[in-house]
Structures are given as C-alpha cells and as structure tokens.
Design a protein around this ligand. Structure first.
Ligand code: ADP
Length: 408
C-alpha cells in the first residue's frame, strides 16, 4: 500500500515503532480508537437508507497493524458474500455499533505483487470518490500479509442475479437504474476516472423495494475499480508526449481528443440493452465473430420484448453504442437526455409496463420490499426472451480482465 496515500485518506500507523509518529499527528488513529470513531459514522449511515450521508468527510482511515487480531475484536465475521479475484468478501458486524459491512479480505502473498498493485489502485480510487451510487469504502486495515477493505454492505447482491431471476426489467425500472448509473459515471468522468470494467456483475444492489405502481426500485452501487484509471490532465499528457517542449509538438497532438472515457458509455449501452431484454446485444459462436458484431455495432430490436420499449429508449441505446467514440453520447448528455428527464416518456413507459409487469414483478400487495430471496421462483424469462440465442454463445462478459487477476 502506498505510504503517501495521496488521495484524501487518513493514513493510520499501528506498528509499535511508529507510535511516536502516531501520537504527534491529529489525523492518525490507533486501532483502539477505531470503534468510537466509526460509531457516529455508522449510525449516520444506517439512518439513511438511500443516501450514504456524510461518512468521514472524505478521509478514509487506513490502519496498519502487525496482525489481524484487532479486526476480530472490532467485527464479528458472518456469511461469505462472494469470492473476489483477490480473496473472499465476508459480511461483518461491528460489535459496538451492530452495523453490518462487507469486508474484502485479501491475502497479499497469494495475490502476488501485480495483483496487489491493482488492488492498491482500486483502494486509492475508492478513497478519492464519494457518490451515492458508488460503493463506499469505510476504512482499510493492513497487516504485512493481509489487506481488509471495509465496504458498505449491499444486502441485495448483484444486479446480474436479480436480472437473471426477473428475465428483464420494464422500461421505467431500467430508466431508474440507468439514471443512477449515469450520475455515478458523470461524477467519475468529471474526476477524470474511467471505470473500464462496467458490467452487470460490477453493479451491486444495496436495497430495493416495489413502489405503488408495482415497479421495482433499486438502489445501485458501482463496484470493482480494479481496472479503473485516473487519466492525466490534457496539458500534463501533452507535455509528456513532447518531453516538455511545445516547439516540437505535432498538430495531431495539439488537436488530439481523448475519448478513452467513452468505453464506459459503450458498456452502459450494453447494460441498458440487457436490462430491457435480458440478453446481451452482441452474441456469437466464436470470439472472432463476436468482435465482428461489436465492430459493426448494429443493435437488433426484433424480439417481441422490444415492442413495449419506446423509440426514445431505442434511440438512446443507439447513441450509447455508436462505434466511433467521438460520436458516442457522453455521460453528461445521457444524464440530460430526454429519455432520462422527460415526464412524457415516463408516462408512456408507465402505460407500457402494465402489459409486461405480470411476468416480471412480484405483487405489491405481498411485499413492499423485494429482496433477492423473494424473487426466487419468479418467472424465469418471458417466452419471448427465453428462446433467444440457443447456440453456444460468446459474450463480451470479461473483455478486459488482466492476466494478473486470479481467484484465491
Ligand atoms: P473482485 O472484484 O475481486 O472479483 P468483488 O469485489 O466483485 O471481487 O467481490 C466478489 C463478490 O463478493 C461479488 O460478486 C459480490 O457477490 C460480493 N460482494 C462484493 N462486494 C460486496 C458488497 N459491498 N456487499 C455485498 N456483497 C459484495
């Protein structure tokens, strides 16, 4: 872990030899201090169902210690939530506050140095962001052998799993998800951060409920910043290209536009398409054929499921998946788009949902809050979508997984 920790974190040293340093700084905490410091923080967080609230004023404690024994004193570890690329993610309850968290445990030795570098990058980026639809990193514990990331708990699991159980979402339900996603991505792009691995599996659901119109409202969180990058500023990048001397600068360098953040927009397009119909927009029997389809970028709306989706939504999908990134809509344009903001399209979609809701929604009278368990046994897929693409499919599921990521 970077000792400099430049991105707004509170570096905490708990090693004996660093005691003197610790006592001399107001910012540094000892492991002993942690429960009382997190107490008010966690209470605040639990009071607000949808907003994360003011957690640590942008300072994420990074606590260094000799071994993990102190963590066992602070938290009771519960069920395993999932297996990450670098280790297990486990539910943990703070003994003092009884607040639940998701703790990602990483064995640094097993992960290897390049994987740890990726993790450090993820941690640094998470320390620097604060958005209601981006997973909140509460604190980091680090021992010579392990790293523990304490993150907000997303009780309702992965969006992908909810989609798999429902078959597809209605246009309104999709709109709310895309609204939250777009606002998170506008925030990241404004900070020159590109996620680069947006996919259904990396969108977690913190909580959900069924509204008065029998529609599912999901509070989503973008996670997994392992492949995210912070771009250099334009002038910084230009100076590097020319080794600091503009007199040698070629015209294409001066004019060069950086569209690298636009890969996130394409991914939003794929996600939106999948939310609306349940299947990926591009599927083929081999990777080669799949890439050919992606390069063409032609969306198909022939399946009957698309009959109840507005032209407006289809037009947004086409703009999100423009092959040329320069012509692709930006995150801000998406957020401001008529489809996301217009009350007319909202009404139209509400009318549409009456037809589709029976196959996809649980009755509001049975439950006002829909947890994944409640979804079990729901209609798997509508007949319209279930038959699609029965041949062996290759999808762009894990397009940019680095070789350094490995399961532990
Ligand atoms: P990695 O990115 O290293 O593959 P993830 O961060 O995706 O690992 O975590 C692995 C799994 O753990 C996820 O698929 C999810 O099921 C679960 N998980 C991760 N973070 C949380 C969280 N904050 N709340 C609940 N479950 C989580």
């Amino acid at each position: 872990m970077s000792q400099t920790s430049s991105m707004g974190s509170t570096e905490v040293l708990a090693l004996p030899e660093r005691k003197k340093e610790r006592n001399s700084s107001r910012d540094f905490l000892s492991v002993k201090d942690v429960p009382s410091r997190t107490l008010s923080v966690e209470r605040k967080a639990s009071q607000q169902q949808w907003n994360r609230g003011n957690i640590t004023e942008g300072k994420i404690p990074h606590i260094r210690m000799d071994n993990g024994a102190a963590i066992e004193e602070i938290y009771t570890f519960g069920r395993v939530l999932g297996q990450g690329s670098f280790g297990l993610v486990v539910e943990a309850t703070n003994k003092e506050t009884e607040t639940k968290w998701a703790i990602k445990k990483v064995n640094k030795e097993k992960a290897g140095s390049s994987a740890v570098k990726l993790l450090e990058r993820e941690v640094n980026i998470l320390k620097s962001v604060r958005h209601e639809h981006i997973i909140h990193l509460e604190q980091v514990f680090e021992t010579p052998k392990k790293m523990y990331l304490v993150m907000e708990l997303c009780e309702d699991g992965e969006l992908k799993k909810i989609l798999d159980r429902k078959g597809h979402f209605s246009e309104n339900e999709t709109r709310w998800i895309i609204q939250s996603l777009a606002s998170a991505i506008v925030y990241l792009h404004n900070k020159d951060i590109v996620h680069r691995d947006l996919k259904l599996e990396n969108i977690m659901v913190k909580s959900s409920f069924i509204d008065a119109n029998n529609e599912m409202r999901l509070n989503i969180k973008v996670t997994d910043f392992g492949l995210a990058v912070k771009k250099q500023g334009r002038s910084e990048a230009m100076m590097q290209t020319t080794c600091g001397t503009p007199i040698y600068m070629a015209p294409e360098v001066i004019n060069a536009h950086d569209y690298s953040q636009q890969c996130d927009i394409w991914s939003i397009g794929v996600i939106m398409y999948m939310l609306l119909c349940g299947d990926p927009p591009f599927m083929a029997s081999s990777e080669e054929k799949l890439f050919e389809l992606i390069r063409k970028g032609e969306l198909r709306f022939e399946d009957p499921v698309w009959d109840s989706v507005s032209e407006n939504a289809k037009s947004v999908l086409r703009q999100l998946t423009k092959v040329d990134p320069a012509h692709r809509i930006t995150a801000k344009e998406l957020l401001d788009s008529q489809w996301l903001t217009s009350p007319t399209s909202h009404k139209k979609a509400t009318a549409n949902i009456v037809d589709t809701c029976h196959s996809t929604c649980t009755s509001a009278s049975t439950s006002s809050r829909l947890l994944p368990a409640d979804l079990k046994g729901e209609a798997e897929k509508t007949p319209a979508t279930a038959g699609q693409g029965t041949a062996a499919k290759v999808t762009a599921k894990s397009t940019v997984q680095p070789k350094t990521k490995k399961k532990l």
